[in-house]
Design a protein around this ligand. Sequence first.
Ligand code: CA
Length: 160
Amino acid sequence: MAETKVLVVEDESSIREMLGFTLQTAGMQVLEAPNAEQGWQLALSHQPNIILLDWMLPGVPGVSLLARLKANDKLRHIPVIMLTARAEESDQVQGFETGADDYVTKPFSPRALLARIQALLRRLDDGNTADSLQAGRMLLDSQSHRVSIDGVEVKLGPKE
Ligand code: CA
């Protein structure tokens, strides 16, 4: 199976670096864009498997890029997780109505986000279940020895 390509559209370089490190450590290829326009170009040219999209971007907001992605025949199938400091319900509703697949509120743990990415990709690729055990809302990943519920990692001990 080809390496999972993750596009991170986020203007805060510290968050991009943190996510880049976490995702690369998990064996994923990471593409980074600091704004919506570069994110759009990278999505078009690289066809990533999943997009992490910050809501608050300079210039064009993340939700506008989301709408643009979902209006494009070649890109609308790509799952999108919105990253946002906004916790208001109305913003989440707007994000989901625009086509977001999941929603993570800052500050977040990169490992919890990684678990959500993996859960989302697994849901979309249900032929690939040999390395995980799903029991209702709980998911046991036998490769990473992690347990998650609804895609959110459950802390089983101190940070590795
Ligand atoms: Ca931002």
